[in-house]
Design a protein around this ligand. Structure first.
Ligand SMILES: [Zn+2]
Length: 252
């Protein structure tokens, strides 16, 4: 009986140690991935209120939002990051990023990155060039989400090159300055894209893999945390951050 009891005590201690190890911060940088911020309830939207709560939570927890370019420099050993860095990103370039997300980001002094599909600019529901320029002048980093949002891993080499280089050239012509980051449409990529992006002058690219990012990781397959619509409120957002840390530790 006492052997059983000491066995159970040992097991309980091991479980507690495992939970503590999994829950301990993983020491990587989270990149949050958003699409739309509105109250229309679409598949890729979160409500304005939930977004506001999440940004307030990050601020209360002492996170500092940095740009993708800052993260890429840090990962290449070329620059420091604040202790609790986070990257806030938006895919596709929806108009509500300007009307709904930007005021909340500015309220909390948070930087963010918006990845633009250049073929979609100015179309209904998407950002127009003058809105993108305003966002940029108000501290938002702009990145490429390619010309036409095709799955890059399914394209032949010349078309892969065209999707990433021409979209970059269009953004640089319209906005001035350098565009250094990209998000793969659907998060899909293959290894040929690393060299293509490096040659094209990109510093980093976001993939669709869950987890956190550490120095030495491949900057052309950055992990992200997809933030979908909350069903159980802020607890779900906190769980997503925690889960990405666990994925990172287990190298899933
Ligand atoms: Zn997309």
């Amino acid at each position: 009986m006492s052997r059983l009891r000491s066995g159970l005590a040992l097991l309980a201690a091991l479980v507690a140690a495992l939970i503590a190890w999994l829950a301990y911060p993983a020491g990587g940088v989270p990149i949050l991935a958003y699409h739309q911020v509105n109250d229309e309830g679409g598949k890729y939207s979160i409500s304005i209120r939930d977004f506001g709560e999440q940004m307030a939570y990050l601020t209360q927890q002492g996170y500092t939002a940095v740009t993708m370019a800052q993260l890429a420099d840090f990962m290449a050993g070329e620059g420091p990051l604040p202790p609790k860095a986070v990257v806030i990103t938006f895919d596709d370039g929806y108009a509500d990023n300007f009307t709904n997300a930007l005021p909340i980001l500015e309220k909390y002094g948070l930087k963010a990155t918006v990845f633009i599909i250049t073929d979609k600019v100015g179309q209904p529901g998407y950002l127009a060039w003058d809105e993108i320029r305003q966002m940029r002048s108000r501290g938002i980093e702009i990145g490429s989400h390619t010309l036409g949002h095709l799955a890059l891993n399914e394209l032949d080499m010349p078309e892969k090159v065209r999707q990433v280089t021409v979209s970059k050239a269009i953004l640089e012509k319209e906005l001035g300055g350098q565009i250094g980051v990209l998000a793969y449409p659907y998060g899909l990529f293959d290894a040929t894209l690393f060299d293509i992006l490096r040659s094209a002058g990109y510093k980093g690219a976001c993939a669709g893999v869950n987890g956190l990012n550490k120095p030495g990781d491949n900057p052309y397959s950055l992990k992200r945390i997809n933030v979908g619509r909350d069903r159980i409120g802020l607890a779900e957002f906190r769980l997503r951050l925690l889960r990405a840390g666990i994925y990172s530790k287990l190298s899933l």
